[in-house]
Design a binder for this molecule. Structure first.
Ligand code: Z15
Length: 792
């Protein structure tokens, strides 16, 4: 791939004329964005086509995911194609700033949070390392809702992300598939996005399916004045892929959701099977598993297992036995959570409503499960516990584990909990299936692209930019941990990124924050187990102390939040209102001399994260031990040098292990300790015995903070102190860990005061972040699960 300045200039002019009947220089910024992206697509399309042809007969893995949280693509694609600087200089000559053009791009937010962003990082890392990994998913018309605050309450609006123009995908009409539901037949139309590897010429593919009507328009109905009826089929078909369900880690037992899942896996499997038939002469599918490996991202695509068996059995006339054995070689399953409320269980009725034949096949699989366990010597109760079909519902995780070749968790601690607690009976039956694959994030987006200043610093220090591809080399930064001039230079860069964030905060919230203050950041989905409430109550505590004595803390603090709550998650929305209230009261209180400021940024998303991670001093990773499967934000912060203040949970454990506990701040009870406390846990006692905790909690009820009669604060208060509906009070041990968190927070001031020590700790976190590159994760999947070779 050889993209030169001349070729680019020529294409820019061409697309300006072709698309807009204007010269490039007369385009609006938005049109310029389109002309640039179209030029990139045009200049790479020959290579892409050639590679699709070449790869058609190679072994591939396919990542099946209901979510791909891509964010913006322009900056990252330019970076990976090795033409970021070239395009930057062309635009500068024309009087434009590349960042302004980048800001024209809408985020492609086809995912909720960690799980969807992980899928996007994985595709990028696979392409960058020359592994044949393609993505399959859903092209939602409406991505994750946009969040804004109204009187401090979360409000939502739609995210019509592709309405202006989505330049990165090609609609491939000739690859359309037909999807048959019990009471509906629709067309699945593929939209293909290129995934560019980092400076290696590799282009992989993400194929997203959009639902369309087989017959768009019923002419006879129209003639009979039935105008709605004339387009009913079109609307009903398009409803299927209209919107992403906005729940992260909450299940939704809705027919439309299971239909979405069946829709995209059926289309993807038909695609894989028909390509196999086109490229190989193997009517019995004897070698199918030598070319195909499928990763199921959580239970969302698990209905693909019976669907593949259906296709092989009913359409390709392979026996059930053989079809089942093929499925067992091909599928692998990743579990991302142990939260009960996230485990997908579908009623038999809903599966039947979706596809009666798939239900029959699930029952056949169930039969096999029972036989196999019986032959292994399992007793009836043990078998019943592991059944796929129980009390008229289908347990998708059980189906996935039984049929999959490999089953993995997403961090060491998480995988151990799966093996020893959540899935211990499965582990007993099939120990060889279980494996850990600790998550990672791509350093190209999360460090090289979003923190160019720091990346240039690393190049200079290491005297090479090889670390950009081989991230293990980042370790060499350790040499500079004791070097005062290097640390000073490093701290200057950190300061610059903080000033940039300060400007964004001012623009979007109107709040003035001091870039010299400590930036303490918690950005992630809002969920009780992530305990934004612990952070909030601690801020209230600090505020109360400062009211008594404004010198209670020496260092100025800025607490920064970003979080979307699922629209129907009342308690999560209550926490958002609470933090917004805290911010309003504290930021306007003259008594405390601006010692602390609280900022809740609206609409946290990938492109905002890119500006936040590089500007953070302390990364809040404070989930209840055992509840956060891995976390990936923690890794983005670490790569940019933030110090983790965190519990012993998810991948935090491995962060502490790699970067050293002395370079981070660990607090809170461990999983084992919480298990012991659980039976006799009494948060009310803690509340009564500590006046500061009591005051912080009482601020919810006293009118110090106001919830506009929504009863939201009462709900939070009750959740901490009252058991209700079978749930213990304070299910997530906020009060239990409060004291330990308070001490950890004190340590923050202490660490920050000593600049050199602080800078050294930050630098050592970066130097030890190699393990958290998704390049490492993908290599493990490729070698141990997918059996892929690198084509680099
Ligand atoms: C989601 O974002 C995650 C798990 C889920 O089961 C669902 Cl439905 C959504 C997250 C985990 O909470 C997080 O700990 C993990 O890092 C991430 O998946 C990627 O594995």
């Amino acid at each position: 791939m050889d993209i030169t300045k001349d070729k680019l200039l020529e294409k820019l002019e061409f697309f300006s004329n072709f698309k807009f009947n204007k010269n490039y220089n007369d385009l609006t910024k938005e049109e310029k964005f389109v002309a640039i992206t179209d030029s990139i697509m045009a200049l790479t399309s020959k290579d892409w086509t050639d590679q699709l042809g070449k790869k058609a007969r190679q072994r591939k893995a396919y990542y099946f995911s209901a979510e791909f949280l891509i964010g913006r693509s322009l900056g990252n694609n330019l970076l990976n194609l090795g033409i970021y600087d070239l395009v930057n200089s062309i635009l500068e000559e024309k009087g434009d700033r590349i960042k302004d053009i980048e800001n024209e791009e809408e985020d492609a937010a086809l995912g909720n949070g960690g799980l969807g962003r992980l899928a996007a990082c994985f595709l990028e890392s696979a392409a960058s390392q020359g592994f044949n990994l393609d993505g399959y998913g859903i092209r939602y018309s409406e991505g994750l809702f946009k969040q804004f605050f109204k009187d401090g309450f979360q409000a939502e609006e739609g995210d019509d992300w592709s309405s202006f123009y989505n330049p990165w995908s090609k609609r491939i009409v000739s690859d359309e598939k037909i999807i048959k539901f019990k009471n509906q037949t629709v067309k699945a139309c593929p939209y293909d996005m290129p995934i560019f590897g980092y400076k290696n010429g590799q282009i992989n593919r993400l194929r997203l399916w959009q639902a369309e009507a087989v017959n768009e328009f019923d002419f006879n109905r129209f003639n009979n004045f039935d105008y709605d009826g004339a387009v009913r089929e079109k609307n009903e078909a398009e409803d299927l892929t209209r919107v992403l369900y906005p729940n992260d880690e909450r299940r939704e037992g809705k027919l439309l959701r299971i239909k979405q899942q069946y829709f995209f896996v059926s289309a993807s499997l038909q695609d894989i099977v028909s390509n196999y038939k086109k490229n190989f002469d193997d009517k019995e599918f004897k070698h199918f598993h030598e070319y195909v490996s499928i990763q199921l991202n959580d239970t969302h695509p698990v209905i693909g297992i019976p669907e593949l068996i259906r296709i092989l059995l009913d359409e390709e006339k392979i026996s059930f036995e053989d079809s089942f054995n093929i499925a067992r070689k091909i599928f692998n399953f990743t579990n991302h959570t142990i939260l009960r409320e996230a485990m997908e269980v579908w009623s038999v009725d809903l599966i039947d409503e979706t596809s009666p034949r798939v239900l029959e096949i699930i029952q056949m699989i169930e039969q096999r499960l029972v036989e196999e366990l019986y032959n292994k010597g399992f007793k009836e109760e043990e078998i019943n516990f592991l059944r796929i079909v129980k009390d008229d519902s289908i347990h998708m995780a059980n189906l996935a584990i039984f049929v999959s070749n490999k089953v993995n968790g997403v961090a060491e601690l998480h995988t151990n909990i799966l093996k020893n607690e959540t899935l211990k009976d499965w582990y007993g039956a099939y120990p060889y299936k279980f494996t850990n694959k600790t998550n990672g994030v791509t350093q190209r987006r999360w460090l090289i692209y979003s923190n160019m200043e720091l990346s240039d610093f690393i190049d200079r220090k290491l005297g090479s930019n090889e670390w950009r591809e081989d991230f293990s080399k980042i370790k060499e930064l350790e040499k500079f941990a004791e070097d005062e001039p290097s640390i000073r230079e490093f701290l200057e860069i950190r300061k610059k990124k903080k000033i940039e964030l300060t400007e964004i905060i001012k623009e979007t919230t109107g709040i003035d924050v001091d870039p010299n203050s400590i930036f303490d950041v918690q950005v992630k989905r809002l969920h009780e187990y992530k305990r934004q409430l612990l952070n909030a109550l601690h801020i209230v505590y600090l505020y109360h102390r400062l009211k008594e004595d404004k010198n209670f803390i020496s260092e100025k603090r800025t607490f920064i939040f970003g979080a979307k709550a699922a629209p129907a998650y009342f308690r999560a929305k209550a926490v958002i209102k609470f933090i917004n209230e805290i911010a309003r009261v504290i930021n306007n209180d003259k008594d405390i001399d601006g010692k602390i400021k609280v900022v809740f940024l609206e609409n946290f998303r990938v492109s905002l994260g890119e500006k936040i991670y590089p500007a953070c001093d302390f990364s809040e990773q404070i989930s209840t031990a055992g509840k956060e499967a891995s976390g990936t934000g923690n890794m983005k912060f670490m790569m940019n040098g933030a110090i983790t203040i965190g519990t012993y949970d998810g991948a935090n454990v491995e962060i502490f292990e790699k970067a050293g506990e002395e370079n981070n701040i660990r607090f809170g009870k461990t999983v084992e300790e919480l298990m012991e406390i659980k039976p006799n846990y009494d948060p009310y006692k803690i509340y009564q015995e500590d006046i500061y905790i009591k005051n912080a909690l009482d601020s919810l009820m006293s009118g110090e903070f106001k919830d506009n009669e929504s009863y939201m604060f009462l709900d939070i208060y009750n959740s901490l102190l009252k058991s209700e509906g079978g749930d213990r009070a304070d299910r997530y041990f906020v009060l239990e860990d409060f004291e330990s968190y308070r001490k950890a927070q004190e340590k923050i001031s202490e660490v920050y005061k000593d600049e050199m020590r602080f800078g050294k700790m930050c630098l050592l976190n970066i130097a030890n972040s190699a393990y958290f590159s998704s390049d490492r994760t993908i290599r493990e999947y490729a070698e141990e699960i997918w059996k892929l070779e690198s084509h680099n």
